[in-house]
Design a protein around this ligand. Structure first.
Ligand SMILES: [Zn+2]
Length: 254
């Protein structure tokens, strides 16, 4: 079981895991794999040593609050999660510069939320898929462009709150895919009737039904992590004021 510990004096964080006291094995060059150094390690004891006589407290990690900017599969990335001591909220930033480094944590007093920055249709994918399925000869570029234009315009009016999320489609936590709702669907088809006739229309209608739930017609919403940092505690404000006074005194002496 992991335990998140905060030093109240320094605002530093330690995540206690079962691995903290595991030794590190270092293999010796040009020797068989069985020979290696064992280096005893105890990261938690080191943390306690640094923060001796400081006030420590446990933070509770808010479940499912973790989010990061890069793809799920990316090993080196910055992630954020939420934690609380029951009175204050914190954002914990987790990061490392390269894959061999241990993960590091930074505490930010405050909260974060996801802000929608863009919603779009997958134009290139739709175009490719239309040509592949209906055929280059059967549908003109002009009509493809018109279809994309109409779909794009309809999406401008859509409210994400009414749409169903399709989580398994995304490789990135800040890119979320949504299914169009029935109203959008019928509006799109109605507009298609003005562009496509007879066989063309039935081909397009089939295409729309084939791809509306899990294919190229899903809408892509892009989000940004917005961190709201709250003002430092009174203790720090006083400290800041004190240093301001000191600065003035020094300035006065010049
Ligand atoms: Zn400390």
């Amino acid at each position: 079981m992991n335990q998140l510990i905060r030093c109240v004096n320094c605002d530093e964080i330690f995540l206690k895991t079962p691995y903290d006291q595991w030794p590190e094995y270092r293999f010796i060059k040009d020797r068989p794999a069985e020979s290696f150094w064992t280096i005893a390690k105890d990261d938690f004891r080191d943390f306690l040593k640094i923060h001796r006589s400081h006030k420590l407290e446990d933070l509770k990690i808010l479940e499912d609050s973790i989010i990061s900017e890069k793809d799920y599969a990316e090993p080196v990335k910055v992630s954020y999660f939420k934690a609380t001591n029951g009175r204050e909220k914190f954002v914990i930033k987790r990061f490392r510069e390269n894959i061999d480094e241990p993960l590091r944590y930074k505490l930010i007093p405050g909260d974060f939320s996801l802000k929608l920055i863009n919603i779009e249709i997958q134009s290139q994918e739709i175009e490719k898929q239309l040509k592949r399925e209906i055929g280059d000869d059967a549908i003109s570029q002009k009509k493809i462009d018109l279809f994309l234009k109409v779909y794009r315009r309809i999406i401008e009016a859509v409210d994400l709150k009414n749409l169903e999320r399709v989580p398994e489609e995304s490789h990135n936590p800040l890119e979320i895919y949504f299914k169009m709702d029935d109203i959008t669907l019928s509006y799109l088809l109605r507009n298609c009737r003005n562009i496509f006739k007879n066989k063309e229309f039935s081909d397009i209608e089939d295409f729309v039904y084939r791809h509306k739930d899990d294919g190229v017609l899903l809408l892509k919403a892009t989000y940004k992590i917005k961190i709201t940092e709250i003002a430092k505690s009174k203790k720090r404000a006083t400290l800041a004021q004190t240093s301001l006074v000191v600065d003035k005194k020094i300035a006065g002496k010049k």
